[in-house]
Design a binder for this molecule. Structure first.
Ligand code: NAP
Length: 212
C-alpha cells in the first residue's frame, strides 16, 4: 500500500516510516524541505514529495492508497500556526485525500481532545485537534483517530492501554510505540471508523488492536 505520511520529518513520523517499511508498505514521505529527503529514504521511505500544509498540497495525494497525518505546528509556534497547520492543514489533507480518491486516513490526534475545556494550558491546541477529528469523522473516508497521551523519547515498550477514553491524566507513551500503532492500524479494517486513546500499559500492541 502507498502510504502518504504527512509531516514525515517529525519525531513520530520518522519512526512510522521505518515501521511501515518493516511491514512491506510503501511509505511516501511528505516533507516541506527537499534537504530532509535523503534521511527519510534511508529510513525506508519509497519516495518523498515536497509539500507545505500552508500551501497547495493536492499533488502530494496522487497515487496514494492511505494517509497518516502526523504533522503539527509544535509548542514553540503561536496559536496562528495551530490554526493553519493542526486544524486547517489537517482539513486540507482530508479534502485532498477525498478529491484524489484516497479511501483510508489515519489521524494522529491527542488525548484530551474529547473535552478541551478540561485543559487550561493547551486548550486552543485541543480545540483545533477536536475540530479536525470531527471533520474527518464527517468525511467519507475510512478513518482511524489515534489519541496518545504525552509523548516521550524512551525506547519502545511494545505494550499499551487502549480505550475510547482513558480516565487518567498526565500519563505517557513512547513515540516509538505510537509509531508502531500508526503503522499497524493503517492496514487493519477492524480499526475503520474507530477513535481511541493510548498510553503505555499492560497489553501487547497487536493484542490491544485485535480487541477493537
Ligand atoms: P514533531 O517532531 O514536531 O513533528 C511535526 C512535523 O510536522 C514536523 O516534521 C514538521 O515539519 C511538520 N510540519 C509543521 N508544519 C508543517 C507544514 N506547514 N507543512 C508540512 N509539515 C509541517 O512532532 P512529534 O513529536 O512527532 O508529534 C507529532 C504530533 O503528535 C504533534 O504534532 C501533536 O499533534 C501530536 N501529539 C503530541 C503530543 C506531545 O506530547 N508532544 C501528545 C499527543 C499528541 P519540519 O520537520 O519541516 O519542521
Amino acid at each position: 500500500m502507498n502510504v502518504l505520511v504527512v509531516g514525515a520529518n517529525g519525531q513520530v513520523a520518522r519512526q512510522t516510516i521505518a515501521e511501515l517499511a518493516k511491514r512491506g508498505q510503501q511509505p511516501i514521505a511528505m516533507i516541506r524541505d527537499e534537504q530532509q529527503a535523503d534521511a527519510l529514504l534511508a529510513l525506508g521511505a519509497a519516495r518523498t514529495v515536497v509539500a507545505d500544509l500552508e500551501q497547495d498540497i493536492t499533488h502530494a495525494f496522487n497515487n496514494v492508497d492511505a494517509v497518516i497525518f502526523a504533522a503539527g505546528s509544535g509548542g514553540k509556534t503561536g496559536g496562528d500556526k495551530t490554526i493553519l497547520v493542526d486544524l486547517w492543514g489537517a482539513m486540507k489533507s482530508i479534502d485532498a485525500a477525498t478529491k484524489q480518491g484516497v479511501k483510508r486516513f489515519v489521524m494522529l490526534s491527542s488525548m484530551g481532545t474529547v473535552d478541551p475545556d478540561k485543559s487550561e494550558r493547551i486548550r486552543h491546541y485541543l480545540v483545533a485537534k477536536k475540530l479536525a477529528d470531527d471533520y474527518l469523522k464527517q468525511s467519507s473516508l475510512n478513518y482511524t483517530i489515534v489519541r496518545p497521551g504525552s509523548l516521550t523519547n524512551d525506547e519502545a515498550i511494545g505494550k499499551i492501554k487502549l480505550e475510547e477514553e482513558i480516565q487518567v491524566r498526565d500519563n505517557t507513551i513512547t513515540r516509538a510505540d505510537v509509531a508502531h500503532v500508526l503503522a499497524e492500524v493503517v492496514g487493519r479494517e477492524n480499526t475503520f471508523h474507530k477513535t481511541f486513546e493510548i498510553l503505555n500499559g499492560p497489553t501487547p500492541i497487536d493484542e490491544a488492536l485485535n480487541q477493537l
